[in-house]
Design a protein around this ligand. Sequence first.
Ligand code: TYD
Length: 214
Amino acid sequence: MEGLDGCGKSTQLVKLADVLRARGFSVLVTREPGGTAIGEKIRRVLLDTATSNLSPMAELALMFASRAQHIAEVIHPALAESTIVLCDRFTDSTEAYQGGGRKLGSAPVRQLHRILCGDLQPDLTILMESEVAASVERARHRNKNRNGRGKTDENRFEQESRAFFGRVRTAYLAIAAREPQRVVVVNARGTAAETHARIVEVVRQRLKLAAKTA
Ligand code: TYD
């Protein structure tokens, strides 16, 4: 599941997992950066607003360090047991945020993905499509409420400019245009219930297709 900060990904992942479990599937919900003990430590460094002077290349390397561990420790074992893995962000996030947002380009991200992740590709990527302004505002509001003291508790990325998120959004849409068979763009501008219905329909179609070709 991919999209801008505050587009509602985490809520949608949980709701999708409930639907799939109710239909008898074994489902694992996980996230990046993070998903393992080591990955969560890396996540703290990456998202902490007190982390200063992290170079874009070091940021890129840490995203992949977290991911390589996640694949080895969690994703591969789950797939081996035929569990459906629902992951909150994967390499498309790196291509969009580090490649687009930080202007490192797609090529190094895709190359590192081949080297460090064995080019593991999701069967389906849902790109939740939303406006930059609305999403980032929602992420900030969420963190303010979570903090509870009226003080904002943004992560290091949420402090970035509109221009940064504009580049992230453009990079995401370029990935979707390049790989339309893997990436399905879902309108996430409506209510959570509307978005959920759209996502369930996309997944239902994909599972039907998978069952036919199995
Ligand atoms: P998170 O709080 O999980 O954001 P959200 O709930 O909005 O998804 O923070 C993850 C942040 O890390 C998010 O701002 C996007 C960023 N990120 C990257 O820049 N590159 C990556 O490869 C990944 C996985 C995340």
